[in-house]
Each structure stands twice: as structure tokens, then as C-alpha cells.
Ligand binder design. Structure first.
Ligand code: DC
Length: 227
């Protein structure tokens, strides 16, 4: 039997991916999955276990031995019974996640976990490699983008709201992360050939959500008439 639709939403940091993806999932009545949260939780857990984050072999051992749980209802992530949810959105967690996500062992572990969650369908999954590596056969692929200046400004505002003092470093760090995400050897951040690009720079969130939902509905309708 055909599974329900899988919607992949990819793009760099600061494009409004999380806000847009959550709202899109809500409008469609689909499950929302944030894969960045998984990389963040795994990175924090590895660091706290004194794992050598530069060693693929050590990280592989670590991944093999852990009890990793992402709750699709609440979005909470726990590793070996420790809930990391409240600490996921710090700049430190983002940096660590970007560093461990270049490792093959980490990607293999999380990609397989993400496929397990998404295979039943009726899911909106956001990340960097959903349309290219996790679900290359996703029913609809969206790539959100915006200029580096706009993305840095959005991240800065986001961090300021959360009370971070290091907001002026945002542009440089985002640039560094973009470079690491796009240049890594294993499934780098890249738009899938069959993805629809949506520039979030010139529109408000509600407008972006509307446009993305329209693209999804249109694609799903075309898919239905073909099968
Ligand atoms: O989307 P985010 O900022 O929460 O992601 C944090 C880091 O995790 C990002 O710099 C790269 C990594 N990541 C990834 O490699 N693949 C994904 N599907 C999601 C995140």
C-alpha cells in the first residue's frame, strides 16, 4: 500500500524553516519533524559523555550504544533518558551540531532514524538533506532560501529575543556554518534537482506558508492523478 505523503523542507539557517515547516504541517494536519533538533541533541549528549567529536570511529561507537528518542508529538529529544529539549536552541548546540553532522557515522545513524519516523508518511520533515538523502523520493520538496544578510538579521533578532549577548557575532558564525554545511563530503546542503525554491527574503511568514501550502497541494494533486 502507498504510504502517506512525505514533504521535505530544506534550506540553510535563518530562512525561517522551523516556523514555516511547523505552520505548514499544522495546516495540512501532518506530523512535523525537526531533524536539526536531532543533530543538536546528539551533539550535546556526545559532548557531555566526553566523546571525541572529531573521531568518526568513536562517534560510531557512541551512536551504536545510545537510546535515542525524538517524540513527534512534542518535539522533545532525549538521549539515554536525558531530555535535551530546553538546551537545543543555544548557539553552542548549533555549533556542535554543525560539527558532528559532517561525520559519516552520525549521518548514517540519524538518517536511518529519520527514515523510520517518516516512512508512514503524512509528515513534514525539515532539515538540510531531506530531499537529497533522507527521502530522495519525497512527494514534494521545498527549498527555502534568502540572502545571507537577511538570514543573519533574522538569526540576530531570534537570539536577542532569547537574551543572547553575542548577537553581533551572528553573521560570521552563520557564514562559517553555511560553509561547513555546504562543503561537507557526506550529503552536503544542496537543493535537490526536483525541489521548488521559495525565497523567504521578500515575504512575511504567513505569505511564505501560503505559497508553500499551495505548491504542496498542487504537487499532491498532480501526483494523485498520475497514480
Ligand atoms: O537547522 P538547525 O540549525 O537546527 O541545524 C543545526 C545543524 O545540524 C546544522 O548546522 C547542520 C546539521 N543538520 C544537518 O546536517 N542535517 C539536517 N537534516 C539537519 C541539521
Amino acid at each position: 500500500m502507498k504510504r502517506g505523503p512525505v514533504i521535505a523542507i530544506d534550506g540553510p539557517g535563518g530562512v525561517g524553516k522551523t516556523t514555516v515547516s511547523k505552520k505548514v504541517a499544522e495546516k495540512l494536519g501532518f506530523t512535523y519533524v525537526n531533524t536539526g533538533a536531532m543533530y543538536r541533541a546528539l551533539a550535546l549528549a556526545a559532548k557531555e559523555s566526553w566523546v571525541d567529536l572529531s573521531s568518526d570511529a568513536v562517534l560510531k561507537d557512541f551512536c551504536t550504544g545510545i537510546d535515542f528518542r525524538y517524540d513527534t508529538g512534542s518535539g522533545r529529544v532525549a538521549v539515554d533518558g536525558v531530555d535535551y529539549t530546553e538546551r537545543l536552541w543555544t548557539q553552542e548546540a548549533g555549533e556542535l551540531a554543525s560539527k558532528v553532522s559532517v561525520k559519516k557515522s552520525v549521518r548514517e545513524f540519524l538518517v536511518s532514524y529519520q527514515r523510520g519516523i517518516g516512512e508512514a508518511g503524512r509528515v513534514v520533515m525539515e532539515g538540510r538533506d531531506i530531499g537529497t538523502a533522507v527521502f530522495p523520493d519525497a512527494d514534494v520538496k521545498i527549498f527555502l532560501d534568502a540572502s545571507p544578510e537577511i538570514r543573519a538579521e533574522r538569526r540576530r533578532l531570534e537570539l536577542m529575543e532569547k537574551g543572547a549577548q553575542a548577537a553581533k557575532e551572528v553573521g560570521r558564525e552563520l557564514e562559517e556554518r553555511d560553509r561547513r554545511d555546504t562543503e561537507r563530503a557526506v550529503s552536503p546542503l544542496k537543493m535537490a534537482d526536483d525541489a521548488v525554491m521559495v525565497d523567504t527574503g521578500a515575504m512575511g511568514i504567513e505569505e511564505v506558508v501560503k505559497q508553500v501550502v499551495n505548491v504542496i497541494n498542487e504537487r499532491l494533486r498532480i501526483g494523485d492523478t498520475r497514480s
